[in-house]
Each structure stands twice: as C-alpha cells, then as structure tokens.
Design a protein. Structure first.
Length: 255
C-alpha cells in the first residue's frame, strides 16, 4: 500500500491499510490510522497524528516547524482527527511550547487548496476553509464554521459556532457564533440564517437569535447593557452559547 518512491521514517507508525502514493515523505514520529490515503507528494513531519479515513491531496505539508521566531526545535505536535479532506498545498504547522504545544484539527473538516493553519490553532469539527483561507497562530475555530476564500484571521482570535466569514475579509477580533462577517476589517452583516436552516435550526431558534442580533449590533446601547437585555428577555442553549462566547472574549468582538 506504500509506493516505492515514497520515503518513510522507521519511527513512523502506519496502519496496514493506509495508502501512500508516489513521492511522499514521512519524517518523524508520525502516526497514520486506518483508511487514510496520501495521494502523492505529501510531506508529514515531526510528532504528528492523523486519524482515520482522511484524504490528503498532493503537495500538502503537515507538521512542519511553526512560523514563529521563538521556536527552537522543541518536540511539539499536530493532531488531526477522522474523515478530513485536505486539498492541494494546504499547510498545517506544529505547535509551540508557549502556545500549549499542539495544533489540532478535529473531524469531518474540508480544507481547500492553499489553506493555512498556523501553530497552536484549534480547528473543531465540520469546518470548511475555502481556498487560501489563512489562520494566524493561536486561533480557535468552532464547529460548523465556514471561512471563505482569501480571508485572513488575526492571531489569538476566535470564530464562534456556525459563523460565516466572507471572502477577502480581514478578521482582527472575535466573530461571535451564528453571524455573517464581511469587509476589509470584519463587521457583522446579519445572522447566518441559510447556514442555520441547513443545519436544522427551528424557526423559533432562529427568531430568538435574530432578536439577540438586533440588540447586540443594531441598537445604540453599550455591549454590557445589550448582554444584560438578552439575558433578561431570551433563553435557550444557543442564546447561552452567544452570551458565553462574548463574555469570554479577550480581544473583543467585531461590532
């Protein structure tokens, strides 16, 4: 199942039904689990774990040293879950000691061509990163987020669940869950209604989130007052998710 032109380090642990195509390089303490396929010309380095049933396209680089001038060769990691589709020229760098030491990608993600996941990022599950979407270091991307083409997320930002970031958008602060963000410097442009409907949100749930959105982004009250109004007038799991995300923000949110 391993093409003879590929080079595999003796410390690598590769399941017997993994398929490794031509001209791949596996260099380091790499673990690749069953059902995963490296099509060709893939480079995997360092202490890297890749889960089951992933498809990794040509010229992908995973586990390379972080683009961080403080990195001095420490043994840090990349951990990738199951059922991920990683397209051409995607780069995923290992973590740094001061960032926790792990760059992680969850399950069922679709990473399109030239997407970049920098050191110490945490990408959750069912995330779509379109072509050239770029994550700086230490970024958290929650479940069911869509990052459109050529968007760039600043270091230490968080992107909340079910958020949609438009193409060519620069994101300098946190994007709360459930909203659409767009612009040269990201601004909220409404609730991600289409995305929520596709994921089975009820009309009642969407109506509550619309009301919360209007209070947060369309009223003239301070953020603390808006959150207090939402807590008093609305309830439910999604409302709590929105409030908790904003209250935990260290960089502030795009408003």
């Amino acid at each position: 199942m391993i093409h003879p032109t590929s080079v595999i380090n003796k410390d690598a642990s590769i399941d017997s039904d993994v398929i490794i195509g031509p001209y791949c390089t596996i260099d380091g303490k790499v673990i690749i689990k069953k059902g995963t396929r490296l099509i060709s010309h893939v480079v995997i380095q360092g202490t890297t774990e890749i889960g089951e049933n992933c498809t990794i396209s040509p010229f992908v680089s995973i586990g390379g040293p972080p683009q961080d001038i403080t990195y001095k060769g420490e043994d840090t990691r990349v951990v990738i879950g199951d059922n991920n589709n990683i397209k051409e020229y995607v780069t995923i760098n290992r973590g740094t000691v001061h960032g926790g030491g792990i760059t992680s990608v969850g399950n069922n993600n679709f990473l399109m061509a030239y997407a970049h996941i920098a050191h110490d990022c945490k990408v959750a599950n069912n995330v779509i990163m379109a072509n050239c979407a770029t994550l700086g270091g230490h970024i958290e991307v929650a479940d069911f987020v869509i990052l459109s083409g050529l968007c760039a997320i600043h270091q230490f930002c968080r992107i909340g669940k079910y958020a949609f970031v438009s193409g060519l958008t620069g994101v300098p602060k946190d994007i709360p869950p459930f909203i659409i963000a767009a612009g040269n410097r990201a601004r909220p442009y409404g609730l991600n209604v289409v995305g929520l409907e596709r994921r089975g949100f009820s009309k009642e749930e969407i109506s509550k989130l619309k009301k919360a959105y209007r209070i947060l982004f369309r009223s003239a009250v301070p953020l603390s007052t808006a959150l207090k109004i939402i807590q008093e007038e609305l309830d439910g799991e999604n409302i709590r998710e929105l409030i908790d995300f904003i209250q935990a923000s260290k960089r502030g949110i795009c408003r």
